[in-house]
Write a protein that binds this ligand. Structure first.
Ligand code: DGL
Length: 278
């Protein structure tokens, strides 16, 4: 292995989301490939992406890719379903950095685990409207029916920290009743914020329904991809090497507190950057 390749192995992974949701993906990456360095960007000034147009989400994603590239990252994880659905196809053609999104891995798992062929997908209006989950699932298993349901209120509820709250219960019941009535046996949590209210969603759907968290599968796919390209970091970064760096476009302190409640990894700090400059 030449020196250049050795260097690339130790380069960080860039991860981004519209805000805090991508931290559920970061948490999985930390668990599954603990030697990796991560540079995370959360677009807290411009969240939500789920109610914006494809053009806007693609423009934002391009700026974030340029920002992450300034850290010599070896790969990018689009840890946002909305950006994966709207922007990934375009942005991955524009650089030679390998990228993975969260939609494909989630679709693959759902296609594998369903027994009765009825799969529900919940996500933002953009993700559900794009029908990208439907497309990928159908490519793998033509014998299934997919039922999408946009749940736009879940993101603000999660961001407000109302993970276990009667308000969240009430809204989740309203959103999910039609999926329960249809008799789905598999539910994809098609927004990176949703794993944080997983216990509420699981309780409402009942034990017979398997919840698919694409974050887990994405981290697994990322590991395979890095292994294949001989880019998996085989050495834990030295202490003080700043293994995890977090950047946001606004409200760094609020983000930091949120991150520390999700990721149990000592105290993480976050810095604000002006993403419009990229
Ligand atoms: N976390 C984003 C996703 O996975 C949704 C939040 C937003 O609307 O920006 O789609």
């Amino acid at each position: 292995m030449n020196q250049n390749q050795e260097c690339r192995k130790h380069a960080p992974i860039g991860v981004f989301d519209s805000g805090v949701g991508g931290l559920t993906v970061v948490r999985e990456i930390m668990r599954q490939i603990p030697n990796e360095r991560i540079v995370y960007f959360g677009d807290t000034a411009r969240v939500p992406y789920g109610s914006k147009s494809k053009d806007t989400v693609t423009r934002y994603s391009r700026q974030i890719v340029r920002f992450l590239q300034s850290y010599q990252i070896k790969t990018i994880v689009v840890a946002c379903n909305t950006a994966s659905a709207y922007a990934l196809d375009d942005i991955e053609k524009e650089t030679d950095i390998p990228m993975i999104g969260v939609v494909k891995p989630g679709a693959r798992t759902a296609a594998e685990v369903t027994k009765n062929g009825r799969i529900g997908v919940i996500g933002t209006e953009a993700t559900i409207g794009s029908k990208l989950y439907n497309q990928y699932i159908k490519q793998l298993n033509t014998n299934v029916q997919i039922y999408g349901k946009a749940c736009p209120l879940f993101v603000p509820l999660v961001e407000e920290g109302l993970w276990q709250d009667p308000v969240t219960d009430e809204i989740a019941t309203r959103y999910l009743t039609e999926l329960i009535d249809i008799g789905i046996d598999t539910l994809i949590l098609g927004c990176t914020h949703y794993p944080l209210i997983r216990s509420t969603l699981g309780r409402i759907m009942g034990e017979a329904v398997t919840l698919v968290n694409p974050a887990y599968e994405t981290a697994r796919e990322l590991k395979d991809m890095l292994q294949c390209r001989e880019l998996l970091n085989d050495k834990r970064p030295a202490l003080g090497e700043n293994q995890y760096q977090f950047y946001v476009s606004d409200m760094a302190d609020k983000f930091k507190n949120f991150a520390n409640s999700i990721i149990k990894y000592g105290i993480l700090s976050a810095k604000t950057v002006n993403i419009e400059e990229y």
